[in-house]
Design a protein around this ligand. Structure first.
Ligand code: FE2
Length: 375
């Protein structure tokens, strides 16, 4: 079927000031995002008979309870509204909306996902079917939370997601990541020599991982026609790099079905607000958590095998080094971009070839706006 959104990615423009900062846009965004599923927590935090925890999601304090294996959730209160940001009445509206429509939680292999609009929530079955086999292989259900950390970023959530979906900025911004990972040779440059180096490593890794009987999953791109896009694939970390460590060694005991390291990781995103990275020995999940039109919190969560003990089986500073340094650097880059995009003299530019996933995300977002689906 011919679709007007089947357009040339290289012609797609980055987000406008109106899309990023207007009250109307943020109101639309909250309605859109309330129907999406986003990562909440790991189920191991509810391993007693009855437990309750609170979270701040979308600037609201919510209470989650688990009783006899059933999760329930209510909104407790509206959090602070940032000065100079969105009009409080917009958040009040969202609050009432959320009260009317139940908040529901779904567990997939120990990962808890939440949606704020049960009645109009996106069908999660396709995503669940696609991610379950690899989550199970990684033993995510038998994991526990090793560490959580949050960064507050002064920027619109779309600027955060746009940044997370591309690695054009990696060589300039992420020395730690680039000292470990091979993927920047493909995702951060179009230099033929670099790309071929990365492709060669990728091919050899696929052969050896396949020979070990471990799962392979080809990389795909964001489907901008999907109500909630998702991407999940396996890739090499680098030659002889067993995990995201400085010295190439494992950071924690192997998880799930791994009997030895295959030097790879599973990577992907579930909608615009959840990103994950899973080497053989730990898992990392990032939640983009919009608070207002110009403030976004990113909540980071590191998982290890449930039997792994801190200081005996893993060192926390080493475990978080790779992604913590990367997100700290992204915060600086995103806030600089925010300053630029909030200037009255800013006008959107075209995404480059190395930012195609960000362009797909922008198309996905605009499709909802033009269809009026979320309003
Ligand atoms: Fe980055």
């Amino acid at each position: 079927m011919k679709n007007k959104f089947q357009i040339n990615l290289s012609e797609t423009l980055s987000f406008s000031r109106d899309e990023l900062y207007s009250k109307k846009s943020f109101k639309f965004d909250m309605t859109l995002l309330s129907k999406q599923w986003l990562f909440l927590d790991h189920a191991s935090n509810y391993n007693r008979e009855q437990t309750a925890k609170t979270y701040y999601i979308f600037s609201h304090k919510i209470l989650v309870k688990k009783l006899k294996n059933v999760f329930s959730c209510i909104i407790l209160s509206k959090n602070l509204v940032e000065q100079n940001c969105v009009n409080p009445s917009i958040l009040n509206e969202f609050r009432f909306y959320a009260h009317k429509k139940a908040i529901i939680i779904k567990e997939i292999e120990g990962l808890l996902f939440v949606t704020f609009n049960a009645q109009d929530a996106i069908d999660f079955d396709v995503i669940e079917q696609d991610i379950t086999p690899l989550m199970r292989w990684h033993g995510i259900q038998k994991a526990k939370v090793a560490f959580k950390k949050s960064y507050s970023i002064q920027a619109n959530w779309k600027s955060v997601t746009e940044n997370l979906l591309e690695c054009y900025h990696c060589y300039a911004n992420h020395p730690e990541m680039c000292s470990v990972a091979i993927h920047p040779t493909i995702t951060s440059t179009d230099s033929y020599k670099h790309v071929m180096t990365g492709v060669e490593v990728w091919k050899k890794w696929q052969s050896s991982t396949d020979a070990m009987g471990y799962p392979l999953k080809e990389r795909t791109n964001i489907d901008y026609l999907s109500p909630q896009f998702h991407v999940i694939y396996r890739s090499p970390i680098n030659v002889q790099h067993k995990s995201h460590s400085r010295d190439k060694s494992l950071l924690a005991p192997l998880m799930g079905s791994y009997k030895e390291s295959d030097y790879g990781e599973t990577f992907g995103y579930i909608g615009p607000l959840t990103l994950f990275s899973m080497p053989n020995d730990y898992a990392y999940v990032l939640r983009v958590n919009p608070m207002s039109n110009c403030k976004t919190v990113v909540d980071l969560c590191w998982l290890v095998d449930e039997k792994a003990e801190e200081n005996k089986d893993f060192k926390l500073d080493k475990l978080i080094w790779y992604w913590d340094s990367t997100v700290a650097q992204d915060k600086i880059a995103i806030e600089r971009a925010h300053k630029g995009t909030s200037s009255r003299f800013y006008s959107p530019g075209k995404y480059t070839k190395l930012e195609e996933e960000s362009a797909r995300f922008a198309i996905w977002y605009r499709k909802f706006r033009s269809d009026g689906h979320a309003l």
